[in-house]
Design a protein around this ligand. Structure first.
Ligand code: GAL
Ligand code: MG
Length: 974
C-alpha cells in the first residue's frame, strides 16, 4: 500500500491536498443520462487508512452512511468540540476506513467515448482505484468528485471500482458542523460517458430583463478542438445562436475562441415571466454542441429562471422588490439514512416548508444534495447556498492557516461552479463559525470575480460590525442577535447592509417564543428583512432501545406522527455510547425527526400569512395582500364567526382582487347576533386549486379579529350541595383523583434547562413544593382553605375559596409570591381526574399547542381533540401540551359524562397524561407511562418559552412577577 501514490500522499493529514486527479467541478447535470452504481457494494471497515484490506467482505448500501448500517462504528454527536483531541491538521490513529468495491460493466456502445465516474459525496476523504490502479483523491464531504476513467476501463468489459473512504482527516477540522458524525458514501455514485467533444460547463445568466446569455466551455478529450464545431440552444422553443460578436471580440483580443472553446449563446426572451419564490416560473434551456457536419456531439439541459438580485442601499431586492426572508436552516437529514436523502424526502421537506409560509432556506452548513436546488427552483424557495467550511473548535487557528487556504477556495469555488445556474440561489455563504481570516477573503475574492450577480454573506465577517466594510459579507447576518439590537441598528442611521439573521429563534424542544414579536418588528422597521430559524430538523436517529443500534433502512414505517414504535426511540447525543457529546442539542428543529410539524410551524404559518385582516372604522374590515409578487387569485376563503355560547357560523368569502401590497375594505360578512357573548371572526384561507406543493384546499392562514369582547360575568352563590374538603383542606370531588393544589413549576423545557432557569427553580425547591399548615374555614356555603407551601426561598401562601354555584363549585384562588421567587415557570393549580375522560373540548386558542409568547398561530375558536393527541412528543420529555387563552373547557367520556370548567378570563391550560415530575424524570419517551386519568393545569400565569437554549430568553413582558396572583374557575359535572 505504501507504494500506492494515493496512500503515499497521506491525504488524511495533508490539508494542502484537496484533490488529486479530480476533474474540475461544473454545472452540466449528467445525472439523468448516467449509469447508476447505487446499490450494495462489497464492504469492509478497517481500523485505519494504512491497514490492508483482507478477504473478509460484508456488504454496504450506496448511497448510505456505514454508521447506520451493520458496522461497529456508530453515529457520534458533538456540537463544537471535535470528537478527538488531535490538533489540526492531524487526525486520530484510530480512524475507521471503509473500503467499498464492486464490478462495473462498462456498456459496449461506449467505445470511443469519454467515461467519467462521479462519487456524489464521501466522508471525509475519498481515494479511488480501478482494477487496482490509482485514479484520484477527493475531499469535501458534501460535493461530488469526478474522475476520468476513459483510459482505465474498456467498453464491453468489466472493471473493479474501489472507493476507500477515510472517516477522520485534516478536512474533518473544517467540517466541524453541529450534527452527527458519520462515515460513508452518502450520495449516489454514477458512471457516464460523453463524446470526446463535449460541453465541459455552461454558465447561464438570466436577468429579469429577459436578456439571456449562456457561456459554454467546450473541450475535446485529450487534444485540441476539431475544426468547425459550434453551439446552438433553445429556450422554450426559442432559438439561441452563437454570439459571433463575442467570438470576434475574443479573437481580436488575442483570445481565439475556437481554441479556447468558450463560445457564448444569446437571446432576448420577450414578455419574460420572471422567477421569484412566489412565482417560480421556469424555462427549459437546451444547449447543443455540434460537430462541423452539424451532428450533435453533446447536449446540456438546464431549467432557467429569469430574475435579478441586488442590494440597493440597505435593502435586498429581488426583481426590484424588497422581499422578506422567511427562512429556515436545513441540513440534509433523515432519521433512518442520516445525510442520505432521496428526491421524495427532499420534495416532502420543501413542500412542507412552503405550506407553512417559509420562503427561504440556508443550506446549513454545506452544499446540500443537488436535487434540493432543482426542487427549490421548481417549488419556489430562495436559497442561501453555504460552502462546506466550519472549523468551529479550531476556528481561530484555521482561518489564517495557509495550509488550509487551498481548501477554503476549493470548497467555495466548487460550490459556485456546481450551483450557479439555479435561480433559487440568491446569496452565497462562505461557511459557518470559522472565525474570519485571510482564507475567507481569498475565497471571497474568487467568488466576486466569478459571480458578480449575487451578494455574498458570512457571519464570521459580519461579526466585525454589522456596518463593517469587510469584504466577506454584503449582508449583516448575525446569529441569535437580540431583537432590540437589530431594531436599534436599523434606526441608528449607521446601517449599510440588509440585516437578515443567518440564525435566530432556536427551535430546541418546546421553543420559539417571541417569534411573532420578532416579525412585528421586522415588518415595521425599514432595514430589517427577516432571517433563518434554527433549524428545520430534530436530528433524532431511530434506535432500538435494547440493542442500542440504529435501525437504518429497516426502520421504515416504525414511527408515526413523531412517535417511535414500542421498543424504539429517537436517539440523540450520548445514546450511541459516545464518550463526549452534546446530548439533546442535536434536536432543535421545527419538525420532529420524522418530519411531523411541531406546533411552532403553525405559529410561523400565521406570521407569514399572505392575507391579513384588519378592522376598519368599527363597522368594516380591511383585507390586505401581504405578498410581494402574487395576487390573491390562488386562494379561496371562508368566514367563520365563533361565539362564546358554542356556536360557529360560517359564510363563503370573496377575496378582493388585490395586487401585492394593496388593501381593500370589505363589509362585515355577518350580522353579529345580539346574544352569544364574546365573538371572533376568522378568515380561513386555503389554496383555491392545486399548487405544486399543496393540494387544493390546504389551509394557508387563519387571520382573525375580535368583534365583541366578553361581557363581565359573575356567578351567584347558591345554597347548593355542600362543598366537601378533607382534613387537609383538599377538595373532595367524585371526578377528581387528586384535588387542585398550587403549582409553580413546569417540567423544564430545553430553554429552561440551558438558560439556567431550571436550576434556579430547583434551588428554590419549586419542583418539590411541600404543602403544609392548613387552615380551613367555613362561611355559609363557602369553604376557605389557607395552605402554606414550604420552599427554600421562603414560605408561599395559597388561598382557595370553594363556593357552591349553580351546578357546581366556584374556586377562587390567590397566591402571594414572595419577592425571592422572581421568574417562576407558572402560577396556577393542578388537579387530576378519574380515567375515561378522554376528549377535551375547549373555547380558546387552538387547536395546536400554544404558550403566551407563541400564540399568534392559534386562533380563538371551539376546538376539540383526544387528550392523548394534545401532547407534543419533544425528543427530551418536557413541558408540553399547553393551550393559551382558554375560556372554558370540557373533559368527557364517550357516554358524555365528565366535567366542565369555566375560567374567569382567558388562561393557559394544559391537559395531559403526565405530571410535571414524570416528564422531568424521563430522558426519552419510551420511559414514560401515561397516567390513565388527566393531569390538568389551570394557570393564572405561565412563563413565556423564549429561546434561551441558544440565544435570547423571552421578553420581560412574558415573565412572571412576584406579588399576588388571583384566578378563578367554576367546576361542573356534565
Ligand atoms: C449555531 C450554529 C449551528 C448550531 C446552532 C445551535 O451557533 O451555527 O450550527 O450549532 O448554533 O443549535
Ligand atoms: Mg458550530
Amino acid at each position: 500500500m505504501t507504494d500506492d501514490p494515493l496512500f503515499a500522499l497521506r491525504p488524511w493529514e495533508s490539508p494542502e491536498v484537496t484533490s488529486w486527479g479530480r476533474l474540475p467541478m461544473n454545472a452540466v447535470d449528467r445525472r439523468a443520462r448516467a449509469l447508476s452504481l447505487d446499490g450494495d457494494w462489497r464492504f469492509q471497515l478497517l481500523p485505519a487508512p494504512t491497514a490492508e484490506a483482507g478477504d473478509d467482505w460484508s456488504s454496504a448500501r450506496v448511497p448510505g452512511a456505514w454508521t447506520l448500517q451493520d458496522t461497529d462504528d456508530l453515529p457520534w454527536y458533538t456540537n463544537v468540540r471535535m470528537p478527538w483531541p488531535d490538533f489540526p491538521p492531524a487526525s486520530p490513529a484510530a480512524n475507521p476506513t471503509g473500503v467499498y468495491e464492486r464490478e462495473v460493466d462498462v456498456p459496449a456502445d461506449w467505445a470511443g467515448r469519454r467515461i467519467v465516474l462521479q462519487v456524489g459525496a464521501a466522508e471525509s476523504v475519498l481515494l479511488v482505484h480501478v482494477d487496482g490502479r490509482p485514479v484520484g483523491i477527493s475531499k469535501d464531504s458534501h460535493l461530488a468528485g469526478e474522475f476520468d476513467l476513459s483510459d482505465l476501463v474498456g467498453p464491453g468489459t468489466s472493471a473493479t471500482v474501489r472507493l476507500t473512504v477515510v472517516k477522520w482527516s485534516d478536512a474533518t477540522h473544517i467540517e466541524d458542523q453541529d450534527q452527527w458524525w458519520h462515515g460513508g458514501v452518502t450520495r449516489s455514485v454514477l458512471l457516464y460517458s460523453t463524446d470526446p467533444l463535449y460541453l465541459a460547463d455552461i454558465t447561464v445568466r438570466a436577468p429579469a430583463s429577459g436578456e439571456l446569455r449562456v457561456d459554454c466551455r467546450v473541450r475535446n478529450a485529450g487534444g485540441a478542438l476539431p475544426e468547425g464545431w459550434y453551439v446552438t440552444g433553445e429556450i422554450d422553443g426559442q432559438l439561441l445562436l452563437q454570439d459571433a460578436e463575442f467570438d470576434r471580440a475574443n479573437a481580436e483580443d488575442d483570445r481565439v475562441s475556437d481554441f479556447l472553446g468558450e463560445p457564448r449563446l444569446g437571446a432576448h426572451v420577450s414578455d419574460v415571466r420572471t422567477w421569484t419564490a412566489e412565482t417560480p416560473e421556469l424555462y427549459d434551456l437546451t444547449v447543443r454542441l455540434h460537430r462541423a457536419d452539424g451532428t450533435v456531439a453533446d447536449t446540456a439541459y438546464q431549467r432557467v429562471g429569469f430574475r435579478d438580485v441586488e442590494i440597493v442601499g440597505r435593502d435586498l431586492l429581488v426583481n426590484g422588490e424588497r422581499i422578506y426572508v422567511r427562512g429556515v436552516n436545513r441540513h440534509d437529514f433523515h432519521p433512518l439514512t442520516g445525510r442520505t436523502v432521496s428526491y421524495d424526502d427532499m420534495r416532502a421537506d420543501l413542500a412542507l416548508l412552503k405550506r407553512f409560509g417559509f420562503n427561504a432556506i440556508r443550506t446549513a452548513h454545506y452544499p446540500n444534495d443537488p436535487t434540493l436546488y432543482d426542487l427549490a427552483d421548481e417549488l419556489g424557495l430562495y436559497v442561501v447556498d453555504e460552502a462546506d467550511i466550519e472549523s468551529h473548535d479550531h476556528a481561530h487557528e484555521i482561518a489564517d492557516d495557509p495550509r488550509y487556504l487551498n481548501a477554503f477556495v476549493d470548497r467555495v469555488s466548487r460550490m459556485v461552479l456546481r450551483d450557479r445556474n439555479h435561480p433559487s440561489i440568491i446569496i452565497w455563504s462562505l461557511g459557518n463559525e470559522s472565525d474570519y481570516g485571510a482564507n475567507h477573503d481569498a475565497a471571497a475574492g474568487w467568488l466576486r470575480r466569478h459571480d458578480p450577480t449575487r451578494p455574498l454573506q458570512y457571519e464570521g465577517a459580519a461579526k466585525l460590525g454589522w456596518a463593517d466594510p469587510a469584504v466577506a459579507s454584503d449582508i449583516a447576518c448575525p446569529m441569535y442577535a437580540p431583537l432590540e439590537d437589530c431594531v436599534t441598528h436599523a434606526l441608528s442611521g449607521e446601517q449599510t447592509k440588509p440585516l437578515i439573521q443567518c440564525e435566530y429563534s432556536h427551535a430546541m424542544g418546546n421553543s420559539n417564543g417571541t417569534l411573532a414579536d420578532h416579525w412585528a418588528a421586522i415588518e415595521s422597521t425599514p432595514g430589517l428583512q427577516g432571517g433563518f430559524i434554527w433549524e428545520f430538523w430534530d436530528h433524532g436517529i431511530l434506535q432500538c432501545v435494547n440493542s442500542g443500534r440504529p435501525l437504518g433502512r429497516s426502520g421504515a414505517g416504525l414511527y408515526d406522527n413523531g412517535v417511535a414504535a414500542p421498543g424504539l426511540r429517537w436517539a440523540y447525543g450520548g445514546d450511541f455510547g459516545e464518550t463526549i457529546h452534546d446530548g439533546a442539542f442535536i434536536a432543535d428543529g421545527v419538525v420532529l425527526p420524522d418530519g411531523t410539524p411541531k406546533p411552532v410551524m403553525y405559529e410561523h404559518r400565521e406570521i407569514a400569512a399572505p392575507v391579513r385582516l384588519g378592522a376598519f372604522r368599527h363597522e368594516g374590515l380591511v383585507v390586505a395582500n401581504h405578498q410581494c409578487f402574487r395576487g390573491l387569485d390562488w386562494l379561496a376563503a371562508t368566514w367563520e364567526l365563533a361565539l362564546a355560547d358554542g356556536r360557529t357560523l360560517t359564510a363563503p368569502a370573496e377575496l378582493p382582487d388585490l395586487r401585492p401590497g394593496e388593501t381593500a375594505a370589505v363589509p362585515l360578512p355577518f350580522e353579529l347576533p345580539a346574544d352569544g357573548g364574546e365573538a371572533w371572526l376568522t378568515l380561513r384561507v386555503t389554496t383555491a386549486g392545486d399548487e405544486p406543493w399543496a393540494p387544493r384546499g390546504t389551509e394557508i392562514c387563519t387571520p382573525q379579529l375580535l368583534l365583541r369582547a366578553a361581557p363581565d360575568a359573575s356567578e351567584a352563590a347558591v345554597a347548593g350541595p355542600r362543598v366537601t374538603v378533607d382534613a387537609d383542606g383538599l377538595l373532595v370531588h367524585p371526578l377528581l383523583t387528586s384535588a387542585p393544589v398550587l403549582s409553580l413549576w413546569r417540567a423544564p423545557t430545553d430553554n429552561d434547562e440551558l438558560g439556567g432557569m431550571a436550576a434556579r427553580w430547583q434551588d428554590w425547591g419549586l419542583d418539590t413544593l411541600v404543602r403544609k399548615a392548613v387552615d380551613v374555614r367555613r362561611d355559609g356555603g363557602s369553604v376557605t382553605v389557607l395552605a402554606e407551601y414550604a420552599a427554600n426561598a421562603g414560605v408561599i401562601r395559597h388561598e382557595q375559596v370553594f363556593t357552591p354555584v349553580r351546578g357546581g363549585i366556584r374556586v377562587e384562588e390567590s397566591v402571594g409570591l414572595p419577592d425571592a421567587y422572581a421568574d417562576v415557570a407558572r402560577v396556577g393549580s393542578v388537579f387530576e381526574t378519574v380515567s375515561g375522560l378522554d376528549l377535551l373540548e375547549w373555547f380558546g386558542q387552538g387547536p395546536w399547542e400554544s404558550y403566551p409568547d407563541r400564540a399568534a398561530g392559534a386562533p380563538v375558536g371551539h376546538h376539540s381533540a383526544p387528550v392523548d393527541s394534545l401532547f407534543t412528543p419533544y425528543l427530551r420529555p418536557q413541558e408540553s401540551g399547553g393551550r393559551h387563552g382558554v375560556r372554558q373547557f370540557r373533559l368527557s367520556a364517550p357516554d358524555a359524562t365528565g366535567l366542565s370548567v369555566v375560567l374567569d378570563r382567558p388562561r393557559q391550560v394544559s391537559v395531559t397524561r403526565f405530571r410535571a415530575e414524570d416528564l422531568a424524570a424521563a430522558t426519552h419517551h419510551d420511559q414514560l407511562t401515561p397516567r390513565p386519568g388527566c393531569v390538568v393545569h389551570i394557570d393564572a400565569a405561565h412563563r413565556g418559552l423564549g429561546t434561551a437554549s441558544c440565544g435570547p430568553d423571552t421578553f420581560p413582558s412574558y415573565l412572571l412577577q412576584p406579588g399576588t396572583h388571583r384566578w378563578a374557575w367554576t367546576l361542573r359535572t356534565l
